[in-house]
Design a protein around this ligand. Structure first.
Ligand code: NAD
Ligand code: DAU
Length: 366
């Protein structure tokens, strides 16, 4: 039995990971540390939590005294560090909090682990969840990034994640801290905060709002269903070589305009197949037999918008035998179904303070 500290466990990927780990290793003890920022949502993990095997603690990873106290109280074997400010657009408008959480917060956790584990690193692992955005932006014909590709972050978000990766590596090199890092491509799936492309498009579509496509819609992302990301992280936690970095990707590159079109078509199909949909969502064009694609609207581009991401995940496949199970069509269908089945979850977000930010930035500007 192991004891895991999962930071950011009330966020999108963190919550999916807690559920994944609870299913696959029910005897392990989990402590979730999450500040419940706008992106954190206790509802996403509440059903998984109790006071013994999965404990939720609201707290800030930048609070060194509190983090150290936590390490003294629980003898963590593993840290899975998800907590971060994660949205590129927000890092364009206000980036200081990105440096604080992503760099300083990671630094606080590294120090706490080093202090708590200094008598012996045996059986310990500090796993840092990072992003492919540290590598920058690819040209149309460039080969996908490997673990050896040069760091070239372009947004304040990506720069803060790159800095945190370097800090993690430095603690391994200087202090011998047992670390692993994964750099993953774009995730989608249940519990994603609806400021990110896929959930934003699904919810705007069913509620009949415009679907804002930045620039010419030709930017390419490499999409991975979140459960596959969780499976890959779990594999690295169990078998990843200490000191190593592993890329994780979906192997499915697609321009934004195409993925939004796929979502629209899938939503149209839901309306055609399910007679309750028009009554639930009367403002969606599909409620009147029109195509949801009519809502697609080009808006001004994201400043510094990275053109293309593509990940080479061969190392993970060859060393640890990882293969993503979910193809894009199935993953998108499951994601749409989850949002349709969990309206209360997203309505609370839309009706709360952050609904205003989402409307302001993604509402109707053309
Ligand atoms: P998210 O924004 O949905 O969740 C982040 C979580 O961290 C929230 O629960 C939030 O409350 C918590 N948090 C933020 N600041 C905190 C602080 N100071 N102290 C404690 N908790 C804090 O993010 P996500 O999409 O789930 O991403 C999780 C991790 O995975 C991040 O490190 C991100 O960089 C990385 N990542 C994300 C993607 C993606 O596509 N979403 C892809 C690759 C890597
Ligand atoms: O690649 C991994 C990264 O993927 C993670 O590290 C980040 O945490 C995560 O947010 C994501 O970053 P992106 O910027 O790629 O994701 P986002 O969902 O914000 O945007 C995806 C693409 O869609 C991007 O090219 C911008 C575009 N976009 C996004 C929104 C929100 C639009 O065209 N319209 C939109 O309204």
């Amino acid at each position: 039995m192991s004891t895991l500290l999962i930071t950011g466990g009330a966020g999108f990927i963190g919550a999916n990971f807690v559920a994944y780990w609870r299913r696959s290793r029910p005897a392990d003890r989990i402590v979730i540390l999450d500040a419940l920022t706008y992106a954190g949502n206790f509802d996403s993990v509440a059903p998984l939590c109790d006071d013994h095997t999965c404990k939720f603690i609201r707290g800030d990873i930048c609070d060194a005294a509190a983090v150290q106290a936590l390490f003294r109280k629980y003898d963590f074997d593993v840290v899975a560090h998800f907590a971060a400010e994660s949205h590129v657009d927000r890092s364009i408008y206000a980036s200081q909090v990105f440096t604080r959480t992503n760099v300083q917060g990671t630094h606080v956790l590294l120090d706490a682990a080093l202090t708590a584990w200094k008598s012996s690193f045996d059986g310990r692992r500090f796993h840092h969840i990072s992003t492919d955005e540290v590598f920058g932006s690819l040209g149309p014909d460039a080969t996908p990034w490997t673990e050896l590709s040069r760091y070239d972050p372009k947004s304040p978000y990506a720069a803060s994640k790159a800095a945190s990766d370097f800090l993690v590596r430095s603690y391994a090199h200087t202090h011998g801290l047992p670390v692993t890092i994964t750099n993953c491509s774009n995730n989608y799936g249940p519990y994603q905060f609806p400021e990110k492309l896929i959930p934003l498009m699904i919810l705007n579509a069913v509620t009949g709002q415009k679907l804002p496509i930045y620039g010419d819609g030709g930017n390419i992302r490499d999409w991975l269903f979140v459960e596959d990301h969780c499976a890959a992280i779990a594999l690295v936690l169990r078998q990843g070589r200490l000191g190593e970095t592993y890329n994780i990707g979906g192997g499915r590159q697609i321009p934004n305009i195409e993925i939004v079109g796929l979502l629209c078509d899938e939503i149209d199909r839901r309306f055609a197949e399910n007679q309750s949909m028009p009554a639930r969502f009367p403002d969606c064009p599909a409620a009147n037999g029109e195509s949801t694609r009519a809502l697609m609207t080009f808006v001004k581009d994201r400043p510094g918008h990275d053109r293309r991401y593509a990940i080479c995940a061969d190392k993970l496949a060859h060393e640890l035998g990882f293969r993503a199970d979910t193809n894009l069509a199935d993953g998108l269908a499951r994601t749409i179904d989850w949002y349709l089945a969990n309206e209360a979850w997203w309505r609370r977000i839309q009706n709360g303070a952050h609904g205003d930010w989402i409307k302001l930035h993604y509402g109707v500007e053309t």
